[in-house]
Design a protein around this ligand. Sequence first.
Ligand SMILES: [Zn+2]
Length: 139
Amino acid sequence: MWWKGHAILTLIMSVFTFIITGNITFTILFFLSAIVIDIDHYFLYIYLVKDFNIFKAYNLINDIRLGRRYDVHGGKYPVVFHSIEFMIIIFLISLVFPIAIPITLGCYFHILIDLMTINPERFKNIYSLTSYVYKNGFK
Ligand SMILES: [Zn+2]
């Protein structure tokens, strides 16, 4: 989803989070994790394009999201923090370290928004790191 949509929906959810928990640290961690999770798209951009320009990365990722481009990573490469494996790992970590609970919930909220707004055909190829490596190896 576009960053403004994520930011607005996450801000609204953060208000509810604060009302429910009354904990500002929990709320800030929830908000930040729900936004910062998209950094993996930038990491993938750096890896694939060999460039650090965050503005070019944003434009390219946005073009892919809008279906204007598919030539770089659209629908092919998994993004680490959006993968099912990462979701399982952070869930397990939050069972041991309660400080990770708001981070886990923030990431899950982000993925929920992504699932509601991304073409499911595109998402089915990129949800699992294991599935990607099984099909393509480490390339
Ligand atoms: Zn996302």
